[in-house]
Design a protein around this ligand. Structure first.
Ligand SMILES: C[S@@+](CC[C@H](N)C(=O)[O-])C[C@H]1O[C@@H](n2cnc3c(N)ncnc32)[C@H](O)[C@@H]1O
Length: 215
């Protein structure tokens, strides 16, 4: 039986994430390949917008596997993360891929004003680390999105026990993310439980890709 106190703690703050990325400066913590969510997001953008180029912002881009993928496919990408180490690695990945990122910023997303002007607002497993500000940040993201724009968000759900109760971590209740996006065109929604090697635990996620409708 695993003693929970033996499990690695989940990094929460940008400072803790930076330390995690710095543990092994050669490692790609989440890999170099794009996530399935990034691939789906690009597919859905093309479905609704054809070859029209998108401006995309990636909140909590980490070492850039998704941001660089979007840039490689011609999107104009702004990528932000609270970890300096992760941002540096993203630049390396972009250089190796011959991809150009429009803008990058090392900032705490909690203090980052979410402004209109992007076609795709993307965040893959970052907003949960905003704790009790998480729902407010999702609301700001939705408000900033113009009709026809996409929100693609993956966030911890409360299904698996591992993250639940961790200080500063928000876990989305069952079906809540879908309810928040009521009135938007739902392109994809899932809740799943996945083994996460860096955490040596099952973690659970709610994932949504939705298009804001014209009122
Ligand atoms: C689970 S990782 C995901 C990284 C990336 N999206 C991916 O899928 O490879 C979470 C990322 O969110 C960033 N992060 C967490 N809290 C943050 C905050 N308050 N402001 C900015 N970035 C934050 C971490 O530095 C980390 O890179």
């Amino acid at each position: 039986m695993i003693d929970p106190s033996d499990l690695p703690s989940i990094p929460v703050t940008p400072h803790e994430w930076d330390a995690k990325f710095n543990e092994d400066s050669e490692a790609w913590l989440f890999g170099r390949e794009p996530s399935e969510m990034a691939k789906l997001t690009l597919t859905y953008w093309k479905l609704i917008a054809g070859e029209r180029k998108a401006k995309l912002i990636d909140f909590g881009c980490g070492q850039g596997r998704d941001a660089v993928y979007f840039a490689r496919h011609g999107l104009e990408v702004t990528a932000v993360d609270g970890s300096k180490s992760a941002i540096e690695r993203m630049h390396l990945l972009a250089n190796e891929a011959g991809a150009e990122l429009r803008e990058t910023a090392c900032v705490d997303v909690a203090n980052y004003a979410i402004v209109p002007g992007f076609d795709v607002y993307y965040s893959h497993n970052c907003y949960q680390f905003l704790g009790d500000q998480c729902l407010r940040k999702i609301e700001q993201t939705m408000n900033a999105t113009a009709p026809g724009g996409i929100n693609a968000i993956s966030i911890f759900s409360d299904e698996a026990e591992r993250a639940r109760g961790t200080d500063g971590v928000f876990c989305m209740p069952h079906n809540r993310l879908r309810e928040i996006y009521a009135g938007w065109r739902l392109m994809y929604y899932a809740e799943n439980i996945l083994w996460r090697e860096p955490s040596l635990a099952y973690l659970s996620f709610a994932i949504i890709i939705a298009v804001k409708q014209t009122i």
